[in-house]
Design a protein around this ligand. Sequence first.
Ligand code: PLP
Length: 355
Amino acid sequence: MDIKVTLTDNPKQKFTDEGTLGFGRIFTDHMFTMEYEEGKGWFNPQITPYHNFTLDPATVVFHYGQEIFEGLKAYKDENGAVRLFRADKNFARLNSSCDRLCMARINEEDALMALEKLLEIEKDWIPTSLGTSLYIRPFMFGTDVRLGVSASTKYTFAIILSPSGPYYNNGLIPVSIYVEDEYVRAAPGGTGSAKAGGNYAASILAGQKAKEKGYSQVLWLDATRQYVEEVGAMNIFFVIDGKLVTPKLNGSILPGITRDSVITLAKDLGIPVEEKQIAISEIEEAHSKGILNECFGTGTAAVISPVGELFYKGKKMIINDNKMGDKAQLLYNKLTDIQYKGLGDKFGWSKTLNI
Ligand SMILES: *Cc1c(COP(=O)(O)O)cnc(C)c1O
């Protein structure tokens, strides 16, 4: 793939304080885009100055939501080495999301190459202090201009970059989570396992309701309101009587790359792991017996986020005295050592870029 590069002659003022970056609020000087047309394939791969899209009001994405995305990070260590973590998995997952939403698959190697080229240009935007990273947002949307409902024949794929601080301002302080028993995120046969913007649109109402009640996020149950699914932008893990358990992938849960990494790391560390259907009643029972040792969420943005409280049907379950548990801490340390320093990477997950 031959990428046309046009550099900005008006670079933005870079951040001066990495501590105030927040998440996803500022963007770098350049972006990658390419376009697709049925019969022609992907064309016009470009790195250009960061710019607005100009779209006809009748563009399909505005009306029928044919949009998917990915989220990954580039990490820079104190020696200036830049690393990606399992980026191939993100582009493979983008293609499975494409399949579910009838969108045009990309060439995964080309997309990775385009990302590396963009990172080479933007490497000075990657923060270095602990917990910070350059958040990478690849996304794709349908660009046909018409109101008829069918798969778009044209698409735009883009990658934008956002220097980000730690996802949670207060670090690894446990979060309180509302177990949602009214609204449902995904159902069997739906789009729950695709990383589609529409899934998020459908989840906002429950998120607002939880926030009004003082909870930072929602734990979704399945369509029968009996089984635990995930936290919306994170997969969920429990430590019950020393064993790590997480809902098995059932088609309505997003197959998280952090989830897969945590399972692999835990097994390697000799921690027993089980992927299974988990009833919320089982969590209540484990809590009342005093064997619900830990609970935490996993996702690229937050890495590992301990859960200190679950609120379900009017009842508070406080977990591990509202403190981060040993297993969560151990897995967090192992994972971030690989991501930030390539340390202890037995699995070939971390790739140091030659930039
Ligand atoms: C992205 C995402 C996750 C986490 O996936 P990672 O690959 O670990 O970042 C979990 N759930 C949902 C709904 C997501 O969109």
